[in-house]
Design a protein around this ligand. Structure first.
Ligand SMILES: NC(=O)C1=CN([C@@H]2O[C@H](COP(=O)(O)OP(=O)(O)OC[C@H]3O[C@@H](n4cnc5c(N)ncnc54)[C@H](OP(=O)(O)O)[C@@H]3O)[C@@H](O)[C@H]2O)C=CC1
Ligand SMILES: O=C(O)C1=N[C@H](C(=O)O)C[C@H](O)C1
Length: 269
């Protein structure tokens, strides 16, 4: 069965890579709509040309409502406000939605949970297979190393990224906190400066770097007296995220309403 895919934020860094990833996927996954803001100067542009793949006959439009009847799944990598508005449209029309946007508040996440009561939503802070394997490795490392180690999460991204820590870093912290029975809201330390006192072992530290064109680096360090374990993922191309999101779209088309993540898509649960 063919899955007709729409992309919001089609001209963004991820949007363009997603158009390319769909073009490279099998014939069962087809780009059916490319959406940008109503004010975008790119309205009417050919989406394939935009992604450097040559003309594909899909013109960029300025409204999701305009094309919602033409798609089975929407892939959205934009900003929280746009994603939430798009989730309402998808829920109202029972169109499935893949959400890659990061930086939601707890309240905003609640709105996505509500939309998932009406349609199938797959939301992940990171759609790369490698990062999702790392989530499993982190769970194992935290359970074995337990309370004998200090745990620190480091992430580095390009200078254009607008949220921090990255969604992936927060997910990594959550996996580790869950494995250790800790409440991440209580134990997270976001950066340090000045007279900090000695480290409390219960805490999970986060460090953020923003520089140049770094696609996405994540390392979780488990540091004990005399040894340390480091689990690292480095993305060198956005195609690693886009390929996963497109795979998720094909999978989600066949699911009923509910909230899923990339671990569901990969059968890692
Ligand atoms: N889950 C994952 O695997 C990954 C997640 N991400 C996340 O995806 C998101 C997008 O990243 P990236 O592609 O680098 O960002 P970009 O800024 O390159 O792209 C964002 C897109 O969203 C559009 N947009 C922004 N604001 C609005 C709005 N209010 N209404 C409608 N459209 C809007 C932008 O249009 P305009 O240019 O006109 O503002 C642009 O097309 C981020 O949250 C990032 O963290 C990124 C990579 C992987
Ligand atoms: O903004 C990005 O670029 C990325 N964002 C995601 C995040 O916040 O974790 C995933 C990836 O690391 C790239």
């Amino acid at each position: 069965m063919t899955t007709r895919i729409g992309i919001t934020g089609a001209a963004g860094r991820m949007g363009r890579t997603l158009i390319e990833a769909i073009d490279l996927a099998g014939e069962e996954l087809q780009l059916a709509a490319a959406i940008e803001r109503p004010q975008s100067s790119l309205l009417g542009a050919d989406a394939g040309e935009l992604a450097g793949r040559g003309s594909n006959g899909i013109a960029v439009v300025g409204s999701l409502q305009e094309v919602i009847g033409d798609i089975d799944v929407l892939i959205d990598f934009t900003v929280p406000a746009a994603t939430l508005a798009n989730a309402q449209v998808c829920a109202a029309h029972q169109v499935a939605m893949v959400i890659g946007t990061t930086g939601f508040t707890a309240e905003e996440q609640g709105l996505i949970d509500s939309a998932a009561g009406k349609t199938a939503i797959c939301k992940a802070s990171n759609f790369s297979t490698g990062v999702n394997v790392c989530f499993k490795l982190l769970d194992m490392a935290a359970r074995v190393l337990g309370d004998d180690v200090d745990i620190e999460v480091y992430e580095a991204h390009h200078r254009h990224k607008i949220d921090a820590p990255s969604g992936t870093a927060l997910s990594m912290g959550q996996v580790v906190a869950d494995a250790l029975g800790r409440d991440l809201d209580k134990v997270a330390v976001y950066g340090r400066q000045g007279q900090t006192d000695a480290r409390d072992r219960e805490t999970i530290g986060f460090a953020t770097v923003r520089a140049g064109d770094i696609v996405g680096d994540h390392t979780v360090t488990f540091a004990a007296e005399g040894e340390r374990v480091e689990i690292t993922h480095k993305a060198s191309s956005r195609m690693s995220f886009a390929r996963g999101a497109v795979r998720a779209a094909g999978w989600l088309h066949h699911q009923s309403a509910g909230l899923y993540d990339m671990q569901d898509v990969l059968g890692l649960k």
